[in-house]
Design a binder for this molecule. Structure first.
Ligand code: HEC
Ligand code: HEC
Ligand code: HEC
Ligand code: HEC
Ligand code: HEC
Length: 228
C-alpha cells in the first residue's frame, strides 16, 4: 500500500482490480485448505486432542457420572493441584508433597456435595468456594500446633510487612475489638496450592485495612469497613 502514494488514479484502479483478483484467489485457496482438513482428516485418535486432556470428549467415560468417594484417585481430574505438590515454586504445597489429598481435604460432606454429578469431562474448580480443609488438621501437634504456637515460632520473622515496611508477626495480632472478634484460621492465609503466601495473607488483612497499610487512625478517624 505504500507505493500507492506515487500512483496516478489510472494505475491505482488497475492495481485495485489486480488486488481484488488476488484476494479472491487467496480466499478460494484458503477455503479449499479448510475444507480439505475438515473432510480429508481421519477421526481424531483418543488422547490426540489439543491440551491433551486425560479423557477426550469422544470417550464415553467423559460423560459418565463419577461415583465419588474419599478414596477415589483425585489426581486424574485435579492436575493443577497435583502439580503444585511437586513444584518448588509452590513451597507450601511441595513441603506437603508426601501427603495424600484426603489427609488435608478431610471434610467428606462438603466434598461429596461439590462432586455431585461430576463427570471426567467437567472442569475442576480453580479456587476454593467451600471449606473442605479443617484448619484443626494443620494444628495437630504432630504438624504445626495452634496460632499461639506458631506465633512463638515466627516471632523473629520479618518477611510479613506492609508497603511502608511495618513488620507484623502473621500469627500474632495486636489485640483490638475488630481483631479479637475476627480471629483468622490457618487456611484464611495458607492457600496451600498457591505460589504467593504473602499476597494471600495481605488479602485477608485487606478485608478491613486498605491494601498494604497495617494502620488506622493516622490518616483519618476510625471508620468501619465491611468484612467479607
Ligand atoms: C497440606 C494440605 C493439603 C494437601 C496435601 C492438598 N491440599 Fe488441596 N488445598 C489445601 C488448602 C489449605 C486449600 C485452600 C482451602 C481454602 O481456600 O479454604 C486447598 C485447596 C484445594 C482446591 C481448591 C482450588 C485451589 O487450588 O485452591 C482443590 C481443588 C484442591 N485443594 C485439591 C487437592 C488435591 C486434588 C490434592 C492432592 C493431589 C490436594 N488438594 C492436596 C490443602 C491441601
Ligand atoms: C472425576 C473428576 C474428579 C475427581 C476424581 C475428583 N474431583 Fe474434585 N472436583 C472436580 C470438579 C469438576 C470440581 C468442580 C465442581 C464444581 O465446581 O461444581 C471439583 C471440586 C473440588 C474441590 C473444590 C470445591 C470448592 O469449590 O471449594 C475440591 C477441594 C476437590 N474437588 C477435591 C477433590 C479431592 C480431595 C478428590 C479426591 C478425594 C477429588 N476432588 C476428586 C472433579 C473431580
Ligand atoms: C494472617 C495470615 C496467616 C494465618 C492466619 C496463618 N499464617 Fe502461617 N504464615 C503466614 C505468613 C505470611 C507466613 C510467612 C511469613 C512469616 O513467617 O513471617 C507464614 C508462615 C507459616 C509457616 C512457616 C514458618 C516458618 O518458620 O517460616 C508455618 C509452618 C505456618 N505459617 C503455619 C500456620 C498455621 C499452622 C496456622 C494456623 C494455626 C497459620 N500459619 C496461620 C500467614 C498466616
Ligand atoms: C476484621 C477487620 C480487620 C482485619 C481482618 C485486620 N485488621 Fe488490623 N485493625 C483493624 C482495626 C479496626 C484496627 C484499628 C483498631 C483501633 O484503632 O481501635 C486495626 C489495627 C491494626 C494494627 C494497629 C495499627 C496502629 O495504628 O497501631 C495493626 C498493626 C494491624 N491492625 C495489623 C493487621 C494485620 C497484619 C492484619 C492481617 C493479618 C489485620 N490487621 C487484619 C481491623 C482489622
Ligand atoms: C495511609 C492512610 C490511611 C490509613 C492508614 C487508613 N486509611 Fe482509610 N482511607 C484513606 C483514604 C485516602 C481514603 C479515601 C478518602 C477518604 O474517604 O478519606 C480512605 C477511606 C476509607 C473509608 C471509606 C471508603 C473505603 O475505601 O472503604 C473507610 C471505611 C476507611 N478508609 C477505613 C479505614 C480503616 C478501617 C483503616 C484501618 C484499618 C484505615 N481506613 C486506614 C487513607 C487511609
Amino acid at each position: 500500500m505504500i507505493g500507492k502514494l506515487a500512483m496516478t488514479n489510472e494505475t491505482t484502479n488497475t492495481a485495485r482490480k489486480g488486488f481484488m483478483a488476488l484476494a479472491v484467489a487467496v480466499a478460494v485457496v484458503a477455503l479449499a485448505v479448510v475444507l480439505g482438513t475438515a473432510v480429508g482428516c481421519a477421526p481424531k485418535q483418543a488422547g490426540e486432542g489439543e491440551g491433551s486432556a486425560k479423557v477426550p470428549k469422544e470417550d464415553p467415560m467423559a460423560t459418565q457420572q463419577v461415583d465419588w468417594t474419599m478414596d477415589i484417585d483425585c489426581k486424574t481430574c485435579h492436575t493443577t493441584e497435583t502439580e503444585t505438590l511437586a513444584d518448588v515454586q509452590c513451597p507450601q504445597a511441595s513441603e506437603h508433597g508426601d501427603l495424600a489429598c484426603n489427609q488435608c481435604h478431610t471434610l467428606e460432606t462438603p466434598l461429596k456435595e461439590a462432586h455431585e454429578g461430576v463427570t471426567y469431562a467437567d472442569k475442576p474448580a480453580s479456587k476454593a468456594t467451600v471449606v473442605t480443609v479443617d484448619a484443626l488438621t494443620c494444628q495437630d501437634p504432630a504438624c504445626h500446633g495452634t496460632m499461639a504456637d506458631m506465633a512463638v515460632k515466627t516471632a523473629d520473622n520479618t518477611e510479613f510487612k506492609d508497603e511502608k515496611g511495618k513488620v507484623q508477626n502473621p500469627h500474632e495480632y495486636v489485640s483490638n475489638e475488630q481483631h479479637d472478634a475476627n480471629p483468622p484460621t490457618c487456611t484464611d492465609c495458607h492457600k496451600i496450592h498457591s505460589k504467593n503466601l504473602q499476597k494471600d495473607a495481605m488479602m485477608w488483612c485487606a478485608q478491613c485495612h486498605h491494601k498494604g497499610v497495617f494502620q488506622c487512625g493516622t490518616c483519618h478517624e476510625l471508620r468501619e469497613r465491611e468484612v467479607a
